[in-house]
Design a protein around this ligand. Sequence first.
Ligand code: PHB
Length: 391
Amino acid sequence: MRNTRTQVAIVGAGPAGLLLSHLLHRSGIESVVIDIRTHEEIATTIRAGILEPGSVRMLVDSGVSDRVLTEGDRHDGVVLRFDGDNHRIDFRELVGESVWLYPQTDVFIDLADRRKTDGGDVRYGVRDTAVSIDPPVVTFTEADGRPTRLAADLIVGADGSRSNCRHAFPDGLRTEWFREYPFAWFGFLAEAPQSHPELIYARSEHGFALVSQRTSTMQRMYFQCAPTERPEDWDDERIWAEMRKRVNGNGFTLQEGPISGKTVLPFRSFVTAPMRHGRLLLAGDAAHTVPPTGAKGLNLALADVRVLHEVIDEYFAGGSDESLRRYTDRALDRVWKAQHFSYWATTLLHSIDGASPFDLERQRGELAMLTESRRGAAYFAEGYTGSWGPS
Ligand code: PHB
């Protein structure tokens, strides 16, 4: 067994874990990041693609990379499509902000490159991770087979929705809030030109569809489906037939092409609190999951890291637990706002099985209020861009 020590042991080398390690490095605090996945696995998993302005500022201002500004696409609004018509929500005009289309895989690559350039200690492909809180110790088997014991002042669990770290909290200490939805998204990549310059969130009688983008020749799209659907049951023609029904019409036609990257994404809302126990702190999906409508998951994880960096900085500066104690309340403030937005944007646009004629007309009334009222549109724009002020 190899015995090592660091100030902060970070479990999970996704964007949250790596950004925290980077920010701590800038504050002169040492960390070791471990992940059971390989660099290749993380870099090739397709995830969402929208960054709030606050996320972009964090990446650029902290010196991770400005590739998001040079290679990402700034989007000043999105389209809500219903009853066959497009209704644009203009973020820039309404709240003075924009979002950036920049896939999570690129955020990961920028962070991993930055950590490597700065000599960061990131260990991919480890196995058998076990976490104990008192004293804070992470044990694991290195990719080369060597058993390792890593002692730390603090442990951060940024290890995703199936978090090991969350389960290291003593029994009965956590409260969990959970909501399941009776549908999922079928996601796919299409080798085709852009159908529209901005994202289209479409409500139709056949269910929801989202037209997003990746590059000028590759598009990302989703349609609402049953959680039990299997990607292998859907060939290209069947997928396009479903998309056409939901999106085409009134002079609008989707650009089609060969399909790859088919996945079914589950829909869940989940929050656990507290997000800290003793010297163990949770960040991102380890502590909360949102449904993908509105692409809040990654942004929320990065917002946790902003708060976490501050409280850890204060902890090492003053040596008291007081700042750690404030972490949960500060992080949860934003978490519940994002939970509300993701839930609301979902119910606004999806077809709910068993909805009554009243429910359907009410949903149209809500969409009309949003798109016809400047204040309604601004409320959506504020949520989408995450312009809720600092937590
Ligand atoms: C994506 O491009 O993957 C995406 C965009 C917006 C969403 C969800 C996913 O709301």
